[in-house]
Design a protein around this ligand. Structure first.
Ligand code: NDP
Ligand code: 13P
Length: 346
């Protein structure tokens, strides 16, 4: 069995995968996997990615089998809609001794077509978190997630922040802390992995809403209320999905929500900002090369909330705005006059 302390793998050479690789390289050698041979060749030749110099301890790699044989600890950091296919590619090479800590903030949907989903047929059995996908597609059981205020652009600049590793396995949390912790990166642990994954995915929805408010030129009062009530909706949805509240009130929840819902470096906030400025969804998607996971998460969450018969007025309004072109000012009026009865209701 290879020694995880010598070489750690990262799957996905996007902005967050590169940021994680840079953090890891303070303590261990890193193999950064990209499925694109040109990306592998370029990174190894230029020793840069996204304009950031890479540590000499990072090497790009395009061979899955070699990656898995050389690394027992691997961080998959690919978008949620490519996560399952990535796991099916890694699956045949992975062994029970491997440990996977993913950094993906979104949901997987399987067993239902997009048209069936639009007909309202989505049920919980169709939706998985990334840790569930790992255990469905591979023999790996020691799984964790990274979740927290981790805007990749800031991490790549060397700015300090914190994260939480969610895992039911203490050894996964301890190992993650060991390889990632530094004076620029504080690592917490939480045994509620489901809560940490849900919080990381759901805050992207609220970040879109916050961007919309900024795009409309609205101020901090309303943004603060959106974040406050948005957090309540996240926690309520989490309860319906079976998680505790703890992750929502920590680093993975309110921590990441504040960062993502207030930063122009967030793709989700930017997506909302442009909607708020009056741009159409199709135009934004066509001109925004980066990924806004929250759009996909919003659709899945709205359908599941309907299944659970949850009343999530912010999620409802955002769904109407994003997918049905509902008038933003009417949506804001609806929320301001919504008959919320109590301030804190859980
Ligand atoms: N960026 C951020 O600030 C943060 C992002 N995250 C989360 O991390 C995840 C990745 O985000 P980010 O790195 O920003 O995204 P990017 O779009 O920057 O990069 C995604 C990477 O994943 C690879 N990829 C895409 N689809 C697949 C696939 N089907 N199979 C294998 N590889 C694939 C891409 O490879 P290729 O170049 O070959 O297409 C690319 O290298 C998201 O879920 C995001 O929410 C979490 C915290 C912070
Ligand atoms: O999850 C993130 C920060 O923690 C990144 O947010 P965006 O995907 O909106 O850029």
């Amino acid at each position: 069995m290879p020694d995880f302390q010598q070489t750690v793998g990262v799957v996905g050479a996007g902005t967050f995968g590169t940021a994680i690789a840079n953090l890891l390289s303070r303590r261990v050698d890193v193999l950064l996997y990209s499925r694109n041979p040109d990306t592998v060749e370029r990174i190894n030749r230029e020793r840069q990615n996204f304009g950031i110099n890479l540590s000499p301890r990072i090497n790009a790699i395009g061979n899955v089998q070699e990656l898995v044989e050389k690394c027992t600890l691997i961080f998959p950091v690919v978008p949620s809609d490519g996560f399952r296919s990535t796991m099916t590619r890694l699956g045949p090479h992975l062994r029970p001794y491997h440990i996977l800590i993913h950094g993906t903030k979104g949901f997987d949907v399987q067993g239902i077509t997009p048209a069936q989903m639009d007909e309202g047929l989505l049920e919980p059995q169709h939706v998985s978190t990334m840790s569930q996908v790992i255990t469905q597609e591979t023999v790996v059981r020691r799984v964790g997630c990274l979740s927290g205020p981790n805007l990749a652009t800031e991490i790549l600049e060397g700015q300090p922040t914190a994260t939480v590793i969610g895992s039911v396995y203490e050894e996964v949390i301890e190992l993650g802390k060991k390889v990632l912790s530094s004076d620029a990166f504080h690592v917490f642990g939480n045994n509620d992995i489901l809560g940490a994954e849900l919080a990381g995915a759901l805050k992207n929805i609220i970040a879109i809403g916050s961007g919309i408010l900024r795009g409309r030129g609205l101020g901090k009062n309303l943004q603060a209320m959106l974040i406050t009530r948005g957090l309540m909706e996240m926690a309520r949805f989490g309860q319906a999905m079976g998680s505790t509240n703890s992750a929502f009130f920590g680093t993975a929840g309110i921590g990441d929500l504040v960062a993502t819902a207030t930063s122009k470096n967030s793709r989700n906030f930017t997506f909302g900002f442009r909607l708020g400025k009056g741009e159409k969804m199709a135009d934004i998607e066509a001109t925004m090369p980066e990924l806004a996971e929250g759009v996909r998460t919003l659709k899945i969450t709205w359908h599941l909330a309907n299944y659970y018969k949850l009343r999530l007025p912010i999620t409802q309004m955002l769904y109407n705005i994003v997918f049905d072109g509902y008038n933003i000012d009417k949506a804001i009026k609806f929320l301001i006059t919504y008959p919320y009865d109590v301030d804190v209701d859980f």
